[in-house]
Design a protein around this ligand. Structure first.
Ligand SMILES: NC(=O)c1ccc[n+]([C@@H]2O[C@H](COP(=O)([O-])OP(=O)(O)OC[C@H]3O[C@@H](n4cnc5c(N)ncnc54)[C@H](OP(=O)(O)O)[C@@H]3O)[C@@H](O)[C@H]2O)c1
Length: 201
């Protein structure tokens, strides 16, 4: 399959790219500062430009999306706007704009996170965005034409990320294991599903 992978230079994205390529797929990488294509998820015009350059696709996968941690009392409008414009609407716009570039029965796979179901202190914006993505996924799947599919992978804390942050790596999942959920979404037949990465590791 020919797959556009947004966020391919990131911790999860690099592992997803590696796994997809190992399975024989052609991966076009798009990231913010490097990669084959430069893209700004928060800018619909940038998404359109990359889609036009990439051409017809079998799948779009997104492992990018910014949203800030911050205690509720210290969050500013700008923190909410960043999460809404980047991780939430950026990924939703990938589907809205990208579906016209997908072959029949093509798929879109987005990324939320475990904080949608299991919030922690400081996760208000991220939990909001992740839950929004999951609700959107279930609803959009009901209306997609031409056999198109949408799923969202919900990663738990990634081992490499925890290590970089100097945090306990217990109860984490490696990026390579997290990538397996994305492969299942791309190669499988599921639609409107939220994939708990632990179930595919
Ligand atoms: N890592 C975890 O433990 C974990 C757990 C649960 C959920 N998640 C979610 O998984 C996703 C990926 O996490 P990660 O840890 O792999 O992130 P990461 O290592 O920080 O990588 C982020 C990727 O997104 C790209 N990117 C950043 N800003 C962008 C923009 N405005 N437009 C397009 N691409 C942009 C980066 O490109 P450049 O390198 O070019 O800047 C990079 O390829 C995020 O949505 C995160 O919330 C992560």
């Amino acid at each position: 399959m020919k797959i556009l992978l947004v966020g391919n230079t990131g911790t999860i994205g690099a592992a997803v790219q590696q796994l997809l390529m190992t399975h024989g797929h052609q991966v076009l990488g798009a990231s913010h500062h490097s990669g084959q294509y430069r893209i700004d998820l928060s800018d619909p015009a940038s998404i359109k430009t990359v889609l036009a350059a990439a051409g017809q696709l079998d799948a779009i996968v997104c492992t990018a999306g910014l949203a800030n941690f911050g205690h509720l009392a210290s969050l500013h409008d700008a923190d909410f706007q960043l999460g809404l414009r980047n991780k939430l609407m950026g990924q939703i716009n990938l589907l809205r704009l990208g579906q016209d570039f997908l072959h029949d029965h093509g798929s879109v796979t987005l990324t939320s996170g475990v904080l949608a179901q299991h919030p922690m202190t400081g996760s208000a914006v991220i939990s909001m965005v992740n839950a929004g993505l999951e609700g959107f996924t279930r609803a959009a799947a009901l209306e997609l034409p031409r056999g198109l599919r949408i799923n969202t992978v919900s990663p738990v804390f990634v081992t490499e990320t925890a290590a970089i942050m100097g945090m306990d790596t217990g109860n984490t999942l490696s990026a390579a294991d997290t990538a397996k959920a994305y492969l299942s979404s791309v190669e499988g037949a599921m639609n409107g599903q939220i994939l708990d990465a632990r179930a595919y590791a």
